[in-house]
Design a protein around this ligand. Structure first.
Ligand code: ZN
Length: 126
C-alpha cells in the first residue's frame, strides 16, 4: 500500500497521523453521542501531540466547509434531478442528513487536517 493510501485510510479510521495506530478521539465511535468531540492530548501509542499549537484545528473548519458544500450540492442535485422532488423537500432532506452526519463531519475534518499537517513516521518506535 502506498503512503498516500495509508494516510487516507488513517484519515477515515480517525487514527494518529504519525503511527496510524492510536485513536484521535477518546470515543472511537462517530455514532455515539457520549463525548464525541473529546481528543486526548497525546497519542497513546507514539506520543504525537494532537494539538501541536493553540488554534491548530481552525483550519479544519475550511475542510469541513468544503466537504459540506459539495455534499450539499450533490444531495440537492440528486433530490431535484433524479427524484424530481421540490426544493423545499430537498432542503428538508439535506438538513436531516446534515443533522445526522454532523459529528462524523466534524471529526473527519479534524482527522483530515492533522493528517495533512503531520507526516507519517513508519519508524516511530525507537
Ligand atoms: Zn500515534
Amino acid at each position: 500500500m502506498s503512503k498516500v493510501t495509508k494516510s487516507i485510510k488513517a484519515m477515515f479510521a480517525m487514527k494518529c497521523p504519525k503511527c496510524h495506530e492510536g485513536n484521535l478521539f477518546d470515543n472511537p465511535s462517530s455514532l455515539s453521542l457520549k463525548k464525541p468531540f473529546d481528543m486526548p492530548d497525546n497519542c497513546n501509542v507514539c506520543g504525537q501531540k494532537f494539538e501541536p499549537e493553540p488554534g491548530f484545528y481552525f483550519g479544519s473548519m475550511f475542510v469541513s466547509y468544503i466537504m459540506t458544500a459539495f455534499f450539499s450540492l450533490f444531495v440537492i442535485g440528486i433530490c431535484i434531478f433524479v427524484f424530481d422532488l421540490s426544493v423545499n423537500v430537498s432542503l428538508f432532506i439535506l438538513v436531516l442528513l446534515m443533522a445526522v452526519l454532523f459529528i462524523w463531519v466534524f471529526r473527519f475534518a479534524r482527522s483530515v487536517w492533522i493528517n495533512l499537517m503531520v507526516k507519517h513516521d513508519p519508524n516511530f518506535r525507537k
